[in-house]
Design a protein around this ligand. Structure first.
Ligand code: KIV
Ligand code: ZN
Length: 385
């Protein structure tokens, strides 16, 4: 089975989230955790963007040993040289060169013709190739670029020596079918396309980043890009933990292996949330506080009989200790008794029924019932043990 490579850009695209500013120490700590997670490529920053970013990349490059560490660079000499400076000490250095290719970016941002874009992309990859053993080229706003032109860009950067060709949906505009179609078209029409690894990079403006990334994998794309918790510009990037768990949980559908240490997912998510100050919503897939919590009585009863009734992933897989059965007004007698037994109590059926009535009264006043509330319920009725 083919493997999917994971390219993490939490420290670059993720740090572009408004209000996020990571110190060098925090970036090194996150990079080391990403390495423990088994990330193949860590984008540590954008060396030419500031002295601080260059220094952070240098420190990350010194600390990380197994993952490839890359810097982003515009398709200009100065940026490539700055990336080289920052990554001199890396065990496995790489560079991520980008240039916009879409008509709207060519006209309003770059003021360049198609031919000028082709020449600049090729020259940048040739220069990058001289310094780096691993070169990725990204067609910025590739999602809104004419497909025939994408093929021409692909051919020129492949000839110049790119290892990876990334087609970002920079503005999160495409649907999964449209995004997948780009890769199919490239595979059928771009000369030499089999020589590069294709990569997907999706933004979440319409909430489709994870689906679009998975649609690309369905077409055979072998590298996925994103961030932990999906942080990033505007609505963010594809959340790598979601992509990873979708591929791992539905392995036989995608026919693609994920070589990550999935047990590190929760730890990585919490670290990124704490250091960036970006709160993870409770209902967030895979890493939200409620992702493995069950409150409804029918669900809790099913879970106690067989967890596969309401859980498609085991919490242990992502590094959590257990499923959480939340006691609230929707909970049933079965979960209530199980909880009390787990706390060391043992009651007759009659006692349990009496307690359950009082518990239900409490849930009308209190959204969730914690262990200490249960202790109070028991003590109010029968005193301290
Ligand atoms: O979304 C994007 O287009 C990017 C590029 C810099 C690759 O992040
Ligand atoms: Zn991006």
């Amino acid at each position: 089975m083919r493997s999917v490579h994971f390219f993490d850009t939490t420290l670059r695209d993720g740090e572009q989230s408004p209000g996020v500013n990571l110190s060098t120490e925090e970036k090194v700590a996150i990079a080391l955790q990403l390495e423990r997670l088994g990330i193949d490529v860590i984008e540590a920053g954008f060396a030419a963007s500031s002295r601080g970013d260059g220094e952070s990349i240098r420190q990350v490059a010194r600390a990380v040993r197994t993952s490839t560490v890359v810097s982003l660079a515009r398709a200009v000499e100065k940026d490539i040289d700055r990336a080289y400076e920052a990554l001199k000490d890396a065990e496995s250095p790489g560079i991520h060169v980008f240039l916009a290719t879409s008509p709207i970016h060519r006209k309003y941002k770059l003021n360049m013709s198609r031919d000028e874009v082709l020449d600049q992309a090729e020259a940048a990859v040739r220069r990058a190739r001289k310094y780096f053993p691993w070169v990725e080229f990204s067609c910025e706003d590739g999602g809104r670029t004419e497909k025939d032109f994408l093929c021409r860009v692909a051919e020129r950067v492949i000839e110049a020596g790119a290892d990876v060709l990334n087609i970002p949906d920079t503005v999160g505009y495409l649907t999964p079918v449209e995004y997948g179609e780009i890769f199919r078209y490239l595979k059928q029409n771009a000369r030499g396309i089999e020589k590069v690894r294709l990569s997907a990079h999706c933004h979440d403006d319409l909430g489709m980043a994870t689906s679009n990334t998975l649609a690309a994998v369905e077409t055979g794309v072998e590298q996925v890009e994103g961030t932990i918790n999906g942080i990033g510009e505007r609505a963010g990037n594809a959340a790598l933990e979601e992509v990873a768990m979708a591929l791992a949980t539905r392995e036989s559908f995608y026919q693609a292996a994920v070589n990550l240490n999935l047990k590190e997912i929760t730890k990585t998510s919490r670290m990124v949330s704490k250091m960036t100050g970006m709160f993870v919503p409770g209902n967030k897939a895979v890493v939200g506080a409620n992702a493995f919590a069950h409150e409804a009585g029918i669900h809790q009863d099913g879970m106690l009989k067989n967890s596969a009734t309401y859980e498609i992933m085991r919490p242990e897989t992502v590094g959590l200790t257990d499923t959480r059965l939340v006691l609230g007004k929707h909970s049933g007698r079965h979960a209530f008794r199980d909880k009390l037994v787990g706390m060391g109590y043992s009651f007759t059926d009659h006692q349990l029924n009496e307690l359950f009535v009082r518990f239900k009264e409490l849930t009308d006043r209190k959204k969730t019932v914690e262990d200490e509330d249960l202790v109070s319920l028991v003590e109010e009725k029968w005193g301290e043990p």
